[in-house]
Design a protein around this ligand. Structure first.
Ligand code: EPZ
Length: 417
C-alpha cells in the first residue's frame, strides 16, 4: 500500500496543465459500446477508474490500445452483455454501462454497483427511466437482469433529481432507440455536454445537452469518431486549493474557466485573485485566506460537491468561519476527522460542517477514505507544519493523474513511497 509523505510550508509556483476530465472520460468510454468502427479519444487521463472502464470494454469484446493520452477503441467485436461482479465493484460508476450494453445487445446483466465511500448511491432513477423506455429489469441476488424484448423506445422522462449518471445512462439508451426521448430536469454538468458532443460526432441526434431539457432522436447506427476529453474542472479546483493554502501564485493551462464559475467566487471571497483568459487561469493567493463564509453544494451550475472536500482544507486555515452545506451526498464529510487530527476545528451535523479557521495545521499520519477526501488531505499536508503521511493513496489514483508529480513540479516537497 503506497503512502504520500509531504513536508509542509513549501511555497508553490509555476505553470501546469490540467488533466482530462475523469467524469467525462468514463461515460464516453461506455458510449463507444454503441459504435461501429474505431474511435480515438484524446486527452484521456491515466487513472485507475479509466483502467477499470477499459477492463470492462475488453471483457465485452472491444479492442483497445493506449498511445499516451489517446485511447484507440474498436467495439465491432462486442460479444458479451454481462459485466462480472469483480469488474463492477472496481468502480461504482460502472452503472453507466447498463444503458449502453442494453442498447447495443438487447440485454444486460450486471451486479448492483452498491454503495461507496460517500453514500449508498442508489440507482432507482436509472432503473425507473430505462423501464419507461421498455426495458424489463429484474433485480435478484445482487444482480440486475435486463432485457429489451421489443427494443428500447423513445419517451418523455422527467427526473426526480438531476442525476448525472442517470442522465448519461438515459442518453446512452436513447441514441439508438426507436423514436424521440425527452429528458426534463436533466443534469447540466459540462461532462453531459461532452458526452453529447462525442455521440453527435458518431452520428447521434442529441439537442439541448447542458440545459435542463435534452431531446434525443433515435438513429439506426453510430460510427466511431475522434474526440478530445474536456479538462477536469475538479482537478483544477483542487490545484487552486493547493495554491490557496500555501499562499502561492500558479498558472493552470488547458482549463475552461466557465466550468468553474461557481468555484472561483469562493476563492475570491477568501481573498484570492483569479484571472481566466484563453484557456489559462492565473491564480494568486494572499498570505492568509479569509473565510469563504457559506459553501452549499448543488447540481451544476451550482457549487460542485466534488470540490467540497478540497476547498474545506482552505477553510481550515482561513481567518474566520466557513459553513459547508453538503446537499448532494449523505456521507461526504469523512475527511473532516482526519483534518481534525491535523489541528483543524470542524464540527459536522448532518449536511452541515462548521469550519473555524486556525492559524496553522500540523503534520500527522492520516488516512484517506475516498477520492476527494484524499485530495483534501494532500492540500492539508502542503500547508501543515512538519511532515504529513497519507495512506489510502489508491483513492487519489482513481481520479488524479500523478498528482504528486504535478505538485512536485510546482515546488511541493511530496513523495510517494
Ligand atoms: C457523478 O456521480 C460523478 N461521478 C460524481 O463524482 C459527482 O459527485 C456526482 O455526479 C454529482 O455531481 C461520475 O461522473 C463518474 P448523481 P453520480 O447520480 O452520477 C442520488 C467524483 O468524486 N441518486 O448525480 O453517481 C445520489 O444518491 C465522483 O468524481 C439517486 O437517489 O451522481 C446522490 O445523492 C463522486 N438515485 C445524488 O442523486 C439515482 O438513481 C447525485 O447523484 C441516482 C442518484
Amino acid at each position: 500500500m503506497s503512502k504520500l509523505i509531504i513536508k509542509g510550508k513549501q511555497r508553490l509556483g509555476g505553470k501546469v496543465s490540467v488533466q482530462g476530465a475523469k467524469n467525462s472520460a468514463l461515460p464516453i468510454l461506455a458510449a463507444t459500446v454503441l459504435t461501429r468502427g474505431e474511435s480515438l479519444i484524446f486527452n484521456c487521463p491515466v487513472l485507475s477508474d479509466v483502467e477499470a472502464s477499459v477492463g470492462i470494454l475488453r471483457y465485452l469484446g472491444c479492442v483497445i490500445s493506449r498511445e499516451g493520452a489517446t485511447l484507440v477503441i474498436n467495439a465491432d467485436g462486442i460479444c458479451r452483455s454481462d459485466i462480472p461482479d469483480g469488474l463492477m465493484r472496481k468502480m461504482r460508476s460502472s452503472i453507466v454501462f447498463l444503458g449502453a450494453v442494453l442498447a447495443r445487445t438487447g440485454s444486460a446483466r450486471l451486479s448492483f454497483p452498491g454503495g461507496c465511500e460517500i453514500g449508498p448511491r442508489p440507482i432507482d432513477i436509472h432503473l425507473c427511466a430505462l423501464r419507461e423506455m421498455g426495458a424489463v429489469i429484474k433485480e435478484k441476488h445482487g444482480y440486475l437482469d435486463c432485457t429489451a424484448p421489443e427494443g428500447l423506445k423513445g419517451c418523455k422522462i422527467s427526473l426526480s433529481f438531476p442525476s448525472v449518471g442517470a442522465t448519461e445512462d438515459i442518453m446512452l439508451a436513447a441514441v439508438l432507440a426507436h423514436g424521440t426521448t425527452t429528458i426534463t430536469n436533466a443534469a447540466r454538468e459540462p461532462e453531459i455536454s461532452d458526452l453529447a458532443d462525442y455521440l453527435n460526432k458518431c452520428g447521434a441526434k442529441i439537442y439541448g445537452a447542458g440545459e435542463g431539457v435534452i431531446v434525443i432522436d433515435g438513429v439506426g447506427s453510430l460510427n466511431g469518431a475522434c474526440h478530445t476529453i474536456i479538462p477536469d474542472r475538479i482537478a483544477a479546483a483542487t490545484l487552486m486549493s493547493c495554491a490557496a493554502v500555501t499562499g502561492s501564485r500558479i498558472a493552470l493551462t488547458d482549463v475552461v474557466g466557465s466550468h468553474l464559475a461557481s468555484v472561483i467566487p469562493a476563492f475570491e471571497e477568501a481573498g484570492c485573485t483569479v484571472l481566466c483568459q484563453n484557456g489559462e487561469i492565473d491564480f494568486r493567493a494572499p498570505q492568509r485566506l479569509d473565510s469563504m463564509r457559506i459553501i452549499r453544494t448543488m447540481p451544476y451550475p451550482g457549487f460542485p460537491t466534488d470540490a467540497q472536500a478540497p476547498l474545506m482544507t482552505a477553510a481550515c486555515v482561513a481567518k474566520g468561519t466557513t459553513v459547508f452545506i453538503e446537499n448532494i451526498f449523505e456521507n461526504r464529510y469523512r475527511h473532516t476527522s482526519e483534518l481534525v487530527r491535523m489541528g483543524a476545528n470542524i464540527r459536522t451535523e448532518g449536511k452541515f460542517a462548521v469550519v473555524e479557521g486556525v492559524e496553522a495545521l500540523y503534520g500527522a499520519a492520516v488516512e484517506a477514505t475516498d477520492l476527494r477526501g484524499a485530495a483534501a488531505l494532500v492540500a492539508a499536508g502542503l500547508c501543515a507544519e512538519q511532515n504529513t503521511e497519507i495512506s489510502g493513496v489508491k483513492y487519489l489514483e482513481r481520479g488524479y493523474e500523478n498528482l504528486e508529480l504535478t505538485l512536485s513540479a510546482l515546488g511541493a516537497d511530496i513523495k510517494k513511497i
